[in-house]
Every structure is written in C-alpha cells, then in structure tokens.
Design a protein around this ligand. Sequence first.
Ligand SMILES: Nc1ncnc2c1ncn2[C@@H]1O[C@H](COP(=O)(O)OP(=O)(O)OP(=O)(O)O)[C@@H](O)[C@H]1O
Ligand SMILES: [Mg+2]
Length: 253
Amino acid sequence: MARRTKVYEGKAKILYEGPEPDTLVQYFKDDATAFNAEKREVIDGKGVLNNRLSEFFMVGLGQIGVPTHFIKRLNMREQLIRACEIIPLEIVVRNVAAGSMSKRLGIEEGTPLPRPIIEFCLKDDKLGDPLVTEEHIIAFNWASQQDLDDIVALSLRVNDFLSGCMLAVGIKLVDFKIEVGRVWDGDFQRLILADEISPDSCRLWDIETGKKLDKDVFRRDLGSLTDAYTEVARRLGVMPANSAPATKPHLIN
Ligand SMILES: Nc1ncnc2c1ncn2[C@@H]1O[C@H](COP(=O)(O)OP(=O)(O)OP(=O)(O)O)[C@@H](O)[C@H]1O
Ligand SMILES: [Mg+2]
C-alpha cells in the first residue's frame, strides 16, 4: 500500500497530502498541550471529538456564507480540507475577559467586555505567539490592510454564529482563536477560515454553573477533558449521549 506524504505535524494535528491538488487531509491527534507545550498529555478520544466538533462548526458557518477550508469528514479522526496559505496570525476574539487578557490588563476573569475585542498574535511558538498591532502586521507584510478588514469582518461573523450556537445550549462563548488562509481563484485571492474550531481553541463556560468546558480543564487540572468536550458535543447534538468516543477497534463476537 502506498504511504501517504506527511506535510506537517503540529501539536494537535497532522496534515497529509490530499487526494487532489490543493487539498490536505487533517488528522486530529489525542495530544493535549498547554503553555507553549510545556504541559503535555495524551487524552483518549480528544481527536475524535475535535474532528466532529470542528466539522459541525465549519459546516454551519459555510451554510451562512462564511468561507471555510472544510470539504468533508473522511473518518473518525480525519477531514479533507482545502489547502491554503496560512496568514501567520492567531486571531483571538473575546467577549468576556479571561486568560492572558485578564493577566495583561489586570481585568478580573469573567468581566463582560463592552463589545467583542479582537486581538492579533504572531504565530511563532519560539516567541510565545506575542501580541502584535495592526501597524506591525502591515509594516512587516504579514497581511495587508484589506486582509485585516476582511479578517475583522469574518471574525465577527464567526463570533456571532458561535455565540448563538453556544447560547442555545446553555454555554457562554468567552473567547476563541481562529486562523485564516489565502486561496487563489485565478488571479483573485480571497481569505477562508482554516485550522479548527473546537474546545481546544475556545473558552466555553456553562451559563448556569460557570463550569469550564474547554481546554482550561486541562491547563488548570480541573478534571476530565474528555468529559468536558463530550458534554459540549452532546449538548450540540453532535454526538449522541451514549456514544463514547471509540479510540481503538473493538472485537465484535
Ligand atoms: N487549510 C489549511 N491549509 C494549510 N495549513 C493549514 C490549514 N489549516 C490549518 N493549517 C495549519 O496546520 C497546522 C495544524 O497543526 P497544529 O494545530 O497541530 O499545529 P500547532 O502545533 O498548533 O502549531 P501552529 O502554531 O502552527 O498552529 C497549523 O500550523 C495550521 O496553521
Ligand atoms: Mg494549532
């Protein structure tokens, strides 16, 4: 059997060459990392959950006209995506103060923000993904002013969509991170939503109890990450309550 070509292996996912030009296969690993990979662990079933959840959000966003890289889910851990040239920015949208913003600005975690705030971080693990301004982005040519305008509009649409999805199932979307890439249609370039949307890249708090249902469970040792992600998937109807994420093949007698 022909071996497929690995294009990139990151902390949470592997990219393989896809079956058609300009496509990739995105494989969701079970590895969890935090604090720039200083803390790491294998969490059984996380990849399966994130593959399904990212599919669910990308399909929904596609249905309301937000362009995404998602083509189709291939199996439990893999999806076929459109290859794009990733803009080297992590785009963070915040509705409630938490995490690094609370630390940086001394705003208590949980303080609602007067409006959604978008932050840009340079995608560079060696530098710890530092916060950058629009001035840096344009001066260093990471993206153009037009790209930034498009990124802001796209991010706010994603925020409205995800906030609504979550609110409907009793979850507050505190913040999330997205990545955006360029694709070319002939001579025209446009931006599409890439990477993933999952509880690895969002902060999700139960509205009633405040319980965390995202990667902070792992970062702060608050219990079972699989249970938290399964709860999100169950509430959204992405996975039935009784289907435990299977990680290994089972022998059926
Ligand atoms: N449609 C796409 N086309 C090309 N690259 C993509 C696409 N979607 C996501 N990627 C890239 O694939 C990689 C996914 O791997 P993973 O998320 O595990 O990386 P990581 O270890 O978090 O590192 P990074 O800091 O690069 O995200 C990321 O570098 C991401 O930018
Ligand atoms: Mg990543």
